[in-house]
Design a protein around this ligand. Structure first.
Ligand SMILES: *Cc1c(COP(=O)(O)O)cnc(C)c1O
Length: 444
């Protein structure tokens, strides 16, 4: 059983008891410290340096299995959204757990094929700007489904398929015009967004697709946005999709798949396992109900494209305090991670919880936690209450597994962090830290 008032399994405070804890001195050193599974985070930081992404394989397994349980009894395949975190070792773990993949570029497809050559059979390809080389690579790999996002893309796909003498299974990604209450940058399901085709034009487009010999109509796809925590929009979108399934079947099209997209949000503010986030299994249950209810009796194969909800809480970004400083009445903690390593606070005003790796007992203080990059937007937290930390202390930025490393850049010529995957007591580097020479190479 999980204890309340602790982080989810995978990231918990534990007291590390030295074998000889008799003397007062060693007792004093048994402060609670943050662990990833059975692995001490401060030891990882010492071994591999900071900033460092650390992922828990256990959390990934648990969340995939929560998904699988919630959709048990329906013909459903989880096509993990590679863009959330595209590390090949993580993809390999997800293959083992039975996942397929949603890719949005040729590069992501290559990553999936590197993880497992035969994984293409469970790959769906989304994105508004697929290029001809990307389409050709996906045709050659014989992926499960192309999610087509425009009339022009349909024609290009048909031409490519004819040239390669391949058949492409297609779904149109329809834009259901459903607002989702999330950050404007990650809301996608309204007409004003670039994504998908208007649901009202779908019948015409499916008729056109049916007339193209190298294309095989296979389904309907929808994805209304990301970080959605109110399930009503999922249900509304799915009702519109269900209606379209009926209509298209009446028109004579074989609609076998409904791809419900991703977008299930996580609670970045969860403080304890009594918070909703930690009760992920019941959250996915509720999500499943809102998706499945409109699809009842339709006899379709369901595809899901979760990204964040699987990998987000499975990762932390470890960073070390470089300096403390005070400007007027503002206190700053300058850490060695920056917006180039984790851009979510700057880009989406995301508020990641930040905790000290060694649990402090001191009175909290109000701080800005900022990185070394030359931008005022380079912050992880502003006006945040945090236990007192000293220079040299380690902090863990929580829920950084999704859209963390995947969005990392080399801005300010900063090498990107290493990534470590923890499995119980063992920790494996799944991406080595970049070096300055890695950065300079393409220019020399
Ligand atoms: C980004 C994306 C997803 C994954 O979204 P999450 O919010 O990470 O679950 C799924 N499908 C498509 C088409 C996407 O663009």
């Amino acid at each position: 059983m999980r204890k309340t008032s602790q982080r989810p399994p995978g990231f918990e405070y534990r007291s590390e008891r030295p074998l000889l804890a008799k003397s007062a001195r060693s007792r004093a050193s048994t402060l609670d410290e943050l662990f990833c599974e059975q692995t001490s985070l401060h030891r990882l930081a010492e071994r591999f340096g900071t900033p460092l992404y650390v992922y828990s394989a256990g959390i990934i397994r648990e969340r995939v299995s929560d998904f699988q349980n919630a959709f048990r009894g329906t013909d459903c395949n989880i096509c993990y959204s590679v863009k959330a975190n595209s590390n090949i070792s993580i993809l390999r773990l997800l293959v083992k757990l039975g996942c397929g993949f949603d890719v949005v570029s040729g590069g992501e497809l290559q990553r999936v094929l590197r993880a497992k050559r035969t994984a293409a059979a469970d790959v769906v390809f989304s994105g508004v700007g697929k290029t001809i080389p990307e389409i050709e690579a996906a045709l050659k790999a014989d992926i499960l489904l192309f999610n087509v996002e425009s009339a022009s893309e349909l024609e290009t796909l048909a031409t490519c398929a004819a040239r390669l003498k391949r058949r492409a299974r297609i779904a149109f990604r329809v834009n259901p015009d459903v607002p989702a209450d999330t950050h404007p940058y990650i809301s996608t399901g309204l007409h004003k967004h670039k994504f998908g085709v208007p649901i009202g034009e779908a019948r015409e487009l499916y008729a056109r697709a049916a007339s193209l010999r190298c294309l095989q109509i296979a389904g309907i796809s929808v994805h209304i946005g990301s970080q959605i925590t109110d399930f009503a929009p999922f249900g509304i979108a799915m009702e519109r999709v269900a209606e379209l399934v009926r209509q298209l079947r009446k028109d004579g099209h074989a609609i076998e798949y409904v791809d419900a997209g991703g977008g299930l949000g996580i609670d970045y503010r969860a403080h304890s396992s009594s918070d909703a986030e930690l009760n992920f299994s019941s959250v996915v249950m509720e999500y499943a109900r809102s998706i499945l209810t409109p699809l009842r009796k339709l006899d379709i194969k369901l595809l899901l494209e979760p990204g964040r909800s699987i990998i987000g809480p499975a990762g932390v970004l470890l960073t070390r305090v470089l300096y403390r400083k005070t400007n007027g009445d503002k206190k700053f903690v300058i850490v060695d991670a920056a917006m180039n390593d984790l851009i979510r606070p700057s880009l989406y005003q995301a508020e990641h919880q930040i905790v000290p790796v060694k649990a402090g007992n001191d009175d909290p203080e109000v701080l800005d936690i900022v990185g070394p990059v030359c931008e005022s937007g380079d912050f992880f937290a502003r006006g945040r209450e945090l236990p007192h930390v000293e220079e040299g202390d380690l902090l863990a930025i929580l829920d950084a597994g999704a859209y963390g490393m995947a969005l990392a850049s080399n801005y300010n010529s900063r090498p990107r962090p290493a990534e470590v995957l923890v499995n119980g007591k063992s920790a494996k580097v799944i991406r080595r830290r970049e070096t300055i020479s890695d950065l300079l190479m393409p220019e020399l």
